[in-house]
Structure formats: C-alpha cells, structure tokens
Design a protein around this ligand. Sequence first.
Ligand code: FES
Length: 319
Amino acid sequence: MTELRMQLRVRAVCYEAEGINSYELVDPKEAELPPFTAGAHVDVHLPGNVIRQYSLCNDPRERHRYVVAVLRETAGRGGSQTMHRDVRAGDLLAVSAPRNNFPLAETAARHLLIAGGIGVTPLVAMLHRLQSIGADFTLHYCTRAPEKTAFAGALAALIRAGRVIVHHDYGNPANGLDVAKLLARHAPGTHLYCCGPSGLMAAVKSAAADWPAGTLHFEYFAAPAVARDPAADGEFQVRLASSGRLIAIPKDKSILETLREHWLSIESSCEAGTCGTCQTRYLDGEPDHRDYVLTDEDQKKFLMVCVSRAKSAILTLEL
Ligand code: FES
C-alpha cells in the first residue's frame, strides 16, 4: 500500500525554546488536513531521502494545520539540523498522513504524563484532548532549565492550576523528578504516558514495572541502545500467503531488506522499529518481536518487518 504523502506549506516557524523551533504546516489551498488523534506523528520527508517522524503537538480538533516541534540535535543524524537550518516559512514539505502508536486510553480514570525535554510534543496534544473531554490528568515536565522549556507560555495556565508540574534539574539528575517515588504506588484506574530521552524512559519503565498490564504507554523517538550480537541472529524463511512463495531471510538482513530485494514493495520510515510504518500481519509461525510500538495484544497479529525476525523456521506473512 502506498502511503498518502501531502505537500504542505510551512506557514510559520516559531522559536519555542533554546534549540527548539515549532513548524506550522498547512495545505497550500487551505484544504482540511486528514484528522489526527492525540499522540500521533507524521513523517516529514527532507532533502536527500531523509525521513523523520515528528509528533503533532496542536489540538487534535484543529483540521487546518499540523504543528510539530523540533529540537536541533548536533549529535543526531542530521534531520533536525536540516529542519532548523534549511526549512523556512513559505517552503513546501512532503508530509505523510498522521499515524498514532501512542494513543490515549480515554476511558481511564486518571492520566499521569511524564515528559522529558522535546518528548513533551505528543503530550501537549494529549493535554488538549484531555481538557476537551474533562479528564483527570497531571503532566510532569522535566527539562534542564527554563530557557530550554518549550511551550512554557502555552502551558502557563495549566502550570498555575497545578495540572502541569515543571521540574528543572540544571544538569544534575539528582535535582530532577524523583520517578521512583512518583510511581511507587499505582492508583487504581491510572494510565501512565511517557516520552523523553532514553534514560528517563528506562527509569520510568523500571519504576512502574509493577503497574498493571496495559496501563503503561511509551513513545520512543529512537530505538533504545540494546546490546545484541547480530551474529547470534539465525536464518529463517518467510512464506508469502498470497502465493505460497518461500523467501530465505539471511542472518545479516532484515525481512524488509530481503523482501525489497525480491521486488516486494513495503512502506517504511524509521527502519528502527519505532514508527509503525512497516507493520505487517502474520498468519503462522512465531515472530521474534524487536519493535517499540506494538502492544502485547497487537504483537499476536502483527510484526514490524524492519527489525523483527522469527523464532520459528517459517513465518507466514499476509503478503
Ligand atoms: Fe518504522 Fe518499521 S519502518 S517500524
């Protein structure tokens, strides 16, 4: 399936905090954009075949624009630097339809949100939604210092109301939010959402390890560093359900790469198991799931072919 790709006009670029700009994207003819739900992201296609995923941070009720915020990362892979250096108001950008791997559990009794730095972006959209449905929520927003705190102005009323609590650590994590203390006890009906740097995500995951299944929601910007020996990966075969054809997946190539070598067209974006673009249904066999987006329930039906492999000798895909 070919993904919808829109040419959107950059209507405004705004300074949000030190190193963080927001980009307002609209249809050049002012048409309505495909709807999105809180927690969704879009793929932004940059020059040089670079694709980056950015969470939408505006109110999901808005149909006339998407707003993304981008932290300029000097040690990153270059996408954020391109956005900051080259993208100007008036430019056109190729943008995918929104996709949501980080939805709100809207029927939860209470929502606890934890953001680290630029990880606040999907959570800002969630705050819009939670307010519009009258939900009970608190956001803990961890940043290094006031000048690095995006959306502080937009969040001011919620900060005054105690619904958003900002924590500055000034470079010393000991001064920051005590995640272990905050999450030591699970209040019944509470769902937890976290997006931020890998250290914060790991701390939150560990502190909430005893929370009930299905109450934890994480959005990864990048795949966490996992010590894995590629030499330990074995070979297996993929069967295409439509034709019965068997394709061998070598130990040093992903399912996605191999299928493309056999002229099968599969959309991808992050190719790191974090965006959900390459989600594929499997019908038989046992996958070795290595993604960061599918829930336990979803993993019973789907796998991300950019990173996941198979524990069984044959994996049948709905292709
Ligand atoms: Fe992003 Fe596979 S391409 S999860």
